[in-house]
Write a protein that binds this ligand. Structure first.
Ligand SMILES: C[C@H](O)CC(=O)C(=O)O
Ligand SMILES: [Mn+2]
Length: 341
């Protein structure tokens, strides 16, 4: 019998990693990765467009494959794993959530900007009615002071979330900032606490361990770092580290290493690394999902992508404001033309 898990992992490469590959997952890739994750005993596998259900659009990026087909495929090969979906109210609809539940998704992660939890009760309630496990996902957690974050987390708890996550969308949080956030939430909430990191400042693992030290038991990872920006906490590495610490995830390390090497690495166009743009995202506190958008805009306007990202950070642009990337790029290009004239 498997010993109960000390830490429960949600593998997010098939959702967060969608950003890194321009939402081009094929049915074959999602089937192969999900099957191997299930065989490795990963308890939760998140599958959706990178921006959650309903994200496929000009604004966020069009999916190659209908996400419902991807979810269906993941469900069909998961014997023990539960398939999770992400939903941003206003991007995904109640209808999307119903459809995902109908085809077998068992967990709904309702994501809002860290100060906007009050847009989530309808979706959390519907997920509960549909018999799904529910997670409140507070994105861009670095942008709110601790007291505000706790207030918003308590709102999500009051709406019925079984777990509330601190989401370091920009990979900008420093370990002491994760510590104070998780500690305060642990003191004020009775539900599970989760942590979702991004590795833009090479701190995803350190931040995850600090979160666990402070009482987070639900942790996200992306295998081979296949997530937005520089990727998330690398799942197979995390499993090895936690095993060394005597913490049980129930996940088979060898199977995860084989999956990372043989199936996931070939999906990546190039190995995940902290390159200049992802580093700037962590430094300037910019949403990791903006990476490819900013790089495309830089090319279009023949400017440095770092200038766009720094400006987006200054303006505190958040998820859903992807159209601002082009505006900012065009302004920088105009300014530079005037200076160089
Ligand atoms: C929609 C975002 O990609 C959700 C997420 O993973 C994050 O904020 O980080
Ligand atoms: Mn993320």
């Amino acid at each position: 019998m498997t010993k109960s898990r000390d830490i429960t992992i949600t593998e997010v490469a098939l959702r967060d990693g969608s950003h890194a590959i321009g939402h081009q997952y094929t049915l074959e890739q999602v089937t192969a990765v999900s099957k191997a994750l299930d065989e490795a005993n990963v308890p939760y596998i998140e599958v959706s467009h990178g921006d959650g259900l309903g994200g496929s659009s000009q604004q966020f990026g069009t999916s190659l494959t209908d996400e419902m087909k991807l979810i269906e495929a993941a469900v069909s090969v998961s014997k023990q794993a539960k398939v999770a979906v992400l939903l941003l109210p206003g991007v995904g609809t109640m209808k999307d959530l119903r459809q995902a539940a109908d085809i077998g998704a068992k967990m709904a992660r309702v994501a809002t900007h860290v100060t906007e939890a009050d847009v989530s009760p309808q979706h959390i309630n519907l997920a509960k009615e549909l018999g799904m496990e529910t997670v409140g996902f507070l994105m861009m957690s670095h942008m709110a002071p601790v007291a505000k974050l706790v207030e918003q987390a308590k709102l999500m708890e009051s709406y019925g979330a079984d777990t509330v996550y601190v989401v370091d969308s920009a990979g900008a949080l420093l370990p002491y900032e994760v510590r104070e956030r998780i500690r305060a939430m642990r003191q004020e909430l009775t539900v599970n606490i989760g942590f979702h990191g991004h590795n833009n400042l090479s701190l995803a693992m350190a931040n995850t361990l600090v979160a666990i030290e402070e009482g987070a038991t639900r942790i996200d990872g992306s295998i081979r770092c296949l997530g937005a920006g520089a990727g998330n906490t690398q799942t197979e590495v995390l499993i090895a580290v936690l095993e060394r610490m005597g913490l049980n995830t129930g996940v088979d390390l060898y199977k995860m290493m084989d999956l990372a090497e043989n199936i996931v690495a070939p999906i990546l166009k190039k190995p995940q690394e902290i390159a200049k743009d992802s580093l700037v995202m962590g430094y300037a506190g910019v949403y990791s999902s903006f990476l490819l958008h900013a790089q495309r805009a830089a090319k279009q306007f023949d400017i440095d992508s770092r200038d766009i990202l720094i400006e987006l950070g200054k303006r505190k642009v958040v998820g859903g404001q992807e159209d601002m990337i082009i505006d900012v790029a065009s302004e920088i290009a105009k300014r530079q033309k005037i200076v160089n004239a």
